[in-house]
Write a protein that binds this ligand. Structure first.
Ligand SMILES: [Zn+2]
Length: 488
């Protein structure tokens, strides 16, 4: 029969099932790794610039920059004056020293120097000795690492103008409450540091482009990754120092579209972090109008009962959401142990407060095996989740490894696809997104109905993609998802 029966074609197209979703739980470890490395993971929302670089590269920079190694502490030192120091160049001729340094700058060797994994992790930052002039190199490494994993959006946590901001905070002092301290910091000229942050950002990006040869014929795929930055402030020290950093962050986000939100970091279980937790929440609320004026993501609930007392573990996520107005929570691992956790979880699901879930980091630092991670409960409660690495240069893994751990937690391919899409939908990128129902993804916005995954957007959808950063990244991701699923 030469003539095509369109009735028959229509019937066949209805009857032909869509390609079956891959059954990731039944895959061998090798097949899972190959599949998840290639799977387009949307965006990464929780990635610290200071912890993303592998030790091998940090050691390479130390050689190039003629730094030294403290052979007792197994740490990189910026100065070569003092005792027990050897030129970093010696690692080129001593595999034993090189191997010991990789142990010291990472968590690969459990029980190294009798430290707990938590202590090994958090003390590693001071031993890494990276200098501000290498931030562009570190950025390039992160962008290239994501591109190698078919992932093209990242929000990186960075700490610009740390010393000047903290010094101004110390000079101003605490004025009795957040509002009065804010006024004093404004008076003292905290916003005068904004141009320096913008200049640092320009220099960092220019260096990253140089490293990746962006614009040249053989440019790195890392050039295709869109980066935005979260201004991270340290929880340690005095509250006015933390506040000075955050207040500078608010001004930077208002001034430069590459900076999209705030974060609060440093070990959440430390003396000062726990002591000042309440005042930090009030500071964030004051500076951001409870998250309405400036987007805020906060580390909260990166805790367990080995690290903190029961009272401390009972309220951090709750306060970050209800007092500070956080739109995203970093970790949230201890949320089930908070007072009224079920109600808070329901509230997060209803409001769309996402948890940046770091399964590998949590398995190392908090010793939570992926099978026991509360991610299963987050799914059950409808809390949006996206996966991220936290500090993959220290934990020595890649983003696909977090996705692989999610399978061990009971996630399906559909859950992973949702998490990948969440990595852009819950980003702080400017503009309207493609989806009317983030965390579900059944209903596009009206302008793009029937067009998701098409080769190019048309009509009003084309206008949306042209003018919205978020829609543009989502469009690209949907194309990648379609190609990935078609290629299976
Ligand atoms: Zn983190």
């Amino acid at each position: 029969m030469r003539r095509i029966s369109w009735t028959l074609v229509a019937a066949l197209s209805v009857a032909t099932p869509a390609a079956a979703a891959p059954d990731l739980a039944r895959m061998s470890a090798a097949e899972l790794a190959a599949t998840l490395k290639a799977f387009p993971k949307g965006g990464e929302l929780h990635n610290h610039m200071g912890g993303g670089t592998p030790p091998e590269l940090i050691l390479e920079w130390a050689i190039e920059d003629k730094l030294c190694i403290d052979t007792v502490e197994l740490a990189i030192r910026l100065s070569c004056t003092g005792e027990n120091l050897r030129p970093a160049a010696d690692i080129a001729t001593s595999e034993a020293l090189r191997s010991a340094m990789i142990d010291s700058l990472s968590t690969r060797h459990p029980g190294f120097r009798d430290r707990s994994a938590h202590d090994q992790f958090f003390t590693a930052f001071a031993r890494r000795g990276t200098t501000p002039k290498r931030t562009g190199d570190a950025l390039a490494e992160t962008l290239e690492g994501l591109a190698r994993q078919n992932t093209f959006y990242v929000e990186l946590m960075v700490t610009p103008q740390y010393f000047p901001a903290r010094a101004l905070g110390a000079q101003v002092g605490w004025k009795g409450d957040a509002a009065a301290t804010r006024a004093a910091l404004t008076e003292a000229g905290i916003e005068k540091l904004v141009p320096a942050v913008i200049a640092d950002t320009d220099a960092m990006e220019a260096r990253a482009r140089e490293v990746m040869k962006c614009g040249a014929p053989h440019a790195s795929p890392g050039c295709q990754v869109t980066a935005r930055y979260l201004f991270q402030a340290m929880r340690d020290g005095k509250p006015e120092q933390t506040m000075a950093q955050l207040q500078l962050g608010v001004a930077v986000v208002a001034a430069d579209k590459r900076w999209v939100g705030l974060q609060l970091v440093s070990p959440e279980d430390s003396y000062e972090s726990t002591k000042h937790y309440d005042v930090h929440m009030r500071i964030v609320a004051e500076l951001t109008d409870t998250g309405r004026k400036t987007p805020v993501a906060l580390h909260a609930g990166e805790l367990n009962l080995k690290l903190v007392a029961p009272k401390t573990i009972s309220h951090h996520v709750t306060d970050a959401v209800r007092i500070a107005g956080a739109r995203r929570i970093g970790h949230g691992t201890a949320l089930p142990l908070e007072v009224d956790a079920q109600a808070v979880a329901r509230e997060m699901a209803a409001k769309g407060v996402l948890i940046e879930t770091n399964l590998v980091s949590n398995s190392v630092i908090l010793e939570v095996p992926p099978e026991a991670h509360p991610y299963a409960w987050f799914r059950k409660m409808g809390i949006p989740v996206a996966f991220s690495t936290d500090d993959s240069g220290i934990t020595r893994h890649e983003l696909w490894g977090d996705y692989a751990f999610a399978i061990r937690n009971g996630a399906t391919y559909g859950d992973l696809k949702t998490a990948a899409r969440n990595g852009i939908a819950f980003s702080f990128l400017a503009g309207e997104g493609l989806w009317a129902d983030p965390n579900v993804y059944k209903r596009p916005v009206a302008a793009c109905a029937g067009q998701i995954g098409a080769e190019a957007p048309r009509g009003a959808c084309a206008d949306l993609v042209a003018k919205s950063d978020k829609a543009r990244e989502q469009w690209r991701h949907e194309r990648l998802l379609k190609a990935f699923e078609a290629g299976r």
